[in-house]
Design a protein around this ligand. Sequence first.
Ligand code: UFG
Length: 337
Amino acid sequence: MRRTIVTGGAGFIGSHTCVELLAAGIEPVIVDDLRNSEERVLEGLEKITGRKPVIHRIDCTDAQALNKVFAAERPDSVIHFAADKAVGESVRDPLKYYHNNIGSLATLLRTMAKHGIKDIVFSSSCTVYGEGDKLPVTEDSRTGAAASPYGYTKVVCEQMLRDASAADADLCVVMLRYFNPIGAHPSAHIGELPIGVPNNLVPFITQAAAGLRDKLTVFGNDYPTRDGSCIRDYIHVVDLAKAHVLALQWIAKQNAPLCEVFNLGTGQGNTVLEAVHTFEEVNGVKVPFVIGPRRPGDVVAMYADTAKSLKVLGWRTERTLADSMRDAWRWQQALGK
Ligand code: UFG
C-alpha cells in the first residue's frame, strides 16, 4: 500500500482526508502533536475506517523528530496541513504564525529532500487573493495582499514551494487553495473542534443553535451584496478531502516535476444570511442572531472559479450547502457540548 505522511492529520480537514485516503487504498501516517485537536478525532477515525490510525505526536518544526518519522515510515508522499489558523490570534501574535507555519514547511521540505521524497500537497487558502481582483477568482488572479499575518504565512509558503520547486528538478508540488471549509463527516464521528469561542461562522451557528452561545452576530449587513452580508464559497469538508486524494493520484500519473495550484471551492457564493437561513431550514432549528458591525479585515465577497480543478484533477463538489449544514448540525449534536 502507498503511504503518505499527513501532517495535521488529526485536524479538521486532515482527519477527513485520512478517511478518503484509506478509501482510495493509500495509508495515511499522521504527524500531529494534537495541540489543536483531541483524542476523540482518532477514535472517530477508527470508528469510520475500522483501523487504528498511525500517529506520531511531534511538532513539525522539530527536524530531528521529523527525520526519525521519515526514516521509520518511508512514505511515498506528504500532505502538509499542520499550521496555526486563527486569523485574530495571528494579528496578536504574528511571530508564532511566522515561526510555526513557515518553519514547519521549511523543515518538512528539507526532511523530504534528505529522504528522497518528491511529492507534496500543500494546504493553502483563498486568503492569498486578498480582496480578489475579479470574481470568481481564478488561480491566475493576483495574490500577495493578504489581510492578516496568517494570510501572509500562506503567501510565503506558496512562494517557498515555488522556489524549492525551481531549485529541485524532481519536486512535485500541488498547492490547494481552500475557500470556506464547513460541514462534517456524515457519520458524525469526526468534525471541526473549535477551541473556545469559535471565530468561524458555521461552528458559531451550530453552537448558537445548540444554546451554547447566546446569539450569533452577523458582522455587517451594509455590504454591497444582495442582502448586505458578506459572500463566501462554503465547501463541504468531505468534497475538499477527496480533492487531496485526486491531487496525489494526479501527481503520480504525471511522472514529471511540477508545481501547480488549484482552487477548491464550489464556485457558488452565499451570503452570511443565506448560510444562516439554510441551516435553519434544513435542520428545522432556529439560530438566534443579531446584526452587528463589520469585522475588520473581512473581504466583501470571495468565491472560486473551479474550472481548472475540474479540467485537470477531474474534481467537482458533490455536496450542497444544505448537506454541509445538516452534517455540521449532526456533528454538533454528537459533540454534546
Ligand atoms: N461571520 C459572522 N459572524 C461570526 C463569524 C463569521 O457574521 O460570528 C461572517 C464573517 O464576517 C464572514 C463569514 O461569516 O463574512 C465567514 O467568516 P469565517 O470566519 O467563517 O470565514 P472567513 O471567510 O473570514 O475565513 C476564511 C478561513 C480563514 C481564511 C479566510 C481568508 O476560515 O482561514 O477565509 O479570507 F484566512
